[in-house]
Design a protein around this ligand. Structure first.
Ligand code: SAM
Length: 296
């Protein structure tokens, strides 16, 4: 480590919350990964974790938007339009996308405690496929929750409705799973009706909350709003629970879990995003000075 400076994520042992996966590491205990983001391929990492060890899973998988790179990504005045054109969102076919998500879901299922639940979020491009895969694997769907964005990206071409929603599927591990966590008192605050309805109005992530690249611009194209994760985590976990996000992006899940006094384990393959997560936590700790460990 450089004196007085921060160690680069790309050389040597990563500092702080980051744990770099390596091939010579055959397994991890929960203690090894608790409150860490593991830099590595999620399939390599998840298979090394012990079964029935997490209380909640949140998965925000690639969308597989299938956007042609040039035509849709530029508006006529050459303003870059927000869209997911990243390499990680590209799959050769639906079969390969389904195989990726199916594998991710079954690995996650193996790690869920019997009473654990899982949230999966996606747009219309893939949520129906994900729902079928989940049901085929034995998950039991408890709800779909519609996230209504009150500041959606417009449909620039004007050939269809502006898509202002994403869908979250909330499911238990098995049909017969009992005693999953659900805080109906809090759920009521987030929607209309006796227990709170499954429609959440939340703006997309902008402003200060949005992680930026060094030269400005967004670090990640699909960073989720903290308020969305706050609702998920508050209603379906208890303090001290362990929350898993196997495709963490900017680490919104772990960051919100930490701020709500839950534990987390995240996995992300891209070192740029992992560096962003590390900085996010460093800033969060400055804003909320206290114990070195997120949950003391
Ligand atoms: C939709 S984004 C998640 C965004 C995140 N929820 C947030 O709020 O920032 C999906 C992420 O999955 C990551 N990913 C894709 N394949 C992966 C793999 N095999 N292992 C780990 N991460 C992977 C991508 O790098 C991308 O950051």
């Amino acid at each position: 480590m450089k004196k007085g400076g921060r160690q680069s994520l790309l050389c040597g042992d990563p500092p702080g919350i980051v744990l770099r996966d390596s091939a010579d590491r055959p397994s991890y205990s929960v203690d090894d990964v608790r409150d860490r983001v593991v830099l590595g391929d999620t399939f390599e990492v998840l298979r090394k974790l012990p079964p029935e060890s997490v209380d909640l899973v949140f998965i925000d998988p690639p969308y597989f938007l299938q956007l042609p790179k040039k035509r849709l990504l530029r508006w006529k005045v050459r303003t870059a339009v927000e869209a997911v054109s990243d390499e990680w969102d590209r799959f050769p076919s639906f079969e390969e996308y389904d195989a990726f998500c199916g594998r991710l879901l079954s690995e996650a299922r193996r790690l869920m405690k019997p009473a654990a639940t899982i949230w999966v979020i996606a747009t219309y491009h893939s949520i129906f496929r994900l729902g079928k895969i989940m049901q085929d694997q034995g998950f039991w769907i408890l709800n779909d929750v519609i996230w209504v964005k009150n500041n959606p990206m417009p449909n620039w071409l004007g050939v269809r409705f502006t898509n202002a929603t994403e869908t979250l599927i909330w499911a238990s591990r098995d049909k017969d799973a009992k005693r999953h966590t659900f805080d109906k008192r809090l759920a009521k605050q987030f929607g209309v009706g006796k227990v709170g309805a499954n429609v959440w109005n939340i703006p997309i992530c902008t402003g200060e909350e949005r992680l930026k690249r060094a030269g400005g611009g967004k670090l990640h194209s699909t960073q989720k709003p903290e308020e969305l994760l706050r609702r998920v985590i508050l209603t379906t976990t208890r303090e001290g629970d362990l929350v898993l996000d196997p495709v963490a992006g900017t680490g919104t899940t772990g960051y919100v879990a930490w701020s709500l006094r839950r534990h987390f384990v995240m996995v992300e393959i891209n070192p740029k995003y992992v560096a962003g997560i590390e900085e996010r936590f460093a800033r969060g700790r400055q804003a909320r000075p206290g114990p070195a460990s997120p949950i003391a």
